[in-house]
Write a protein of this length. Sequence first.
Length: 263
Amino acid sequence: MLTFLHIFIIFCMFVIGTLFGSFFSLATYRLPRHQDIIATRSYCTSCKHRLGFFDLIPVLSYLFRGGKCKYCGEKISIRYFLLEVCNGTIFVLFYLIFGYTIKLLIVCLLYAFIFVLIGSYIMKSKMTEEEKKEISLKHKKGVFISELVIAMIIFTIFMASAFILIRNYNKNVNMYIAKSNAISLAVKNIEKALATDYDSLYSFNDNQVVDEINYSITTNVSKYSDVDFTKQDIVKLIDVQVDYMFNGESYEFNLKTLKGKVL
Ligand SMILES: [Zn+2]
């Protein structure tokens, strides 16, 4: 069951990585040109057609369109696709190295910041002299850095919310796993008690560690004759209680049954 969660986080990290890869392409192209990176929708660089929601899905939209622009049929550089896949893989590697910790968030953000910065300078050096002249006439120096900072703040907020969402999901799944373990332990002990001969059936305790959680199982067996009007020792009450700690809180699960004497 924990494996499923592991795969789910790997999938999420890959998606976050591809989203970053997609954002990276956009930011490194627009930042040196002093173009807005938030409000302006992405557009095809050859026909300038604005891209729709489905054109913005990393990796998949490139594959479905066969690497061509939907509007003008112009080939889209495979560089975008590779950047998305590579970043997805890198983010998954970060998760495998650092685990689901605060270190992972810091490493991802640091990586994102450094790469957007380096990428922007590389893209800036690739701009034509005409483009550079046009931009230097329109804009003051220093705007580039402030736009980069805004971009990183937005990316930080996005990453932090994704992390919190996954962490909460992680916590809930682990809680259900802990409870399902408790239920199955209670059922096992009920079965054990029912399989025991009536006369030799007494209370017993057990301790089990499952998925790194310590469960203490108390099986209380009491004669039902105290409440039974016949006052005969022919029915026993089996009361199983499973106690366990999860995330610093104590939980219990209770299961009861009756066992009758074969007369
Ligand atoms: Zn196009």
